[in-house]
Write a protein that binds this ligand. Sequence first.
Ligand SMILES: [Zn+2]
Length: 186
Amino acid sequence: MDEHHIQNLTPFLHSRACAPRPFVAGHDVRCGFRIRLRILELPRVTPSRTTPVPLRTAGVFSHGDAAHLAGAFRIAVSRLRLHPSCRALFEELGADGEELLAGSLYVRAGSHHETQICGRRVAAFTAIGSPVTRLCRNFRRLDAEQAALILLHEALHFAGLPEAPHEPEAPTSQEINQLVAAGCGL
Ligand SMILES: [Zn+2]
């Protein structure tokens, strides 16, 4: 896939609504998006905003974890600004990626989340439509770019993107990661 092509997510509503719901485990959320993957040709342009995007956290973060999160967040913002294909992932969902990052709230996963949800393949989780992204202990083990990819992945869920297998028509977690990697140069 060259730089002119990305896979876009084209959601269209079914009968069920996709309303924000209270926080629930993992990606276990269901809402009315059906996802179709397609290839689009996009112009190569790099317009950009320059104002800082605020990072919102709640709860206690160690200095090291806060710095790691801040570094990942800066990369996520910069990739959105640099890559139209990265912004397009959000635009296809009717959302603005920077606004969603600015509206996200990052909190540490609780001990019960660590045992029940976090694991080797889960570094962070959220609920569809929720601004709250919970970071597992192993988030800190990701390098800055991998961590930025995860923040963008979770922001797509905030934008309403569901995930298989909970939503059979939706992309899997790994497919979402691949879309972010390709679209955002991560
Ligand atoms: Zn996910």
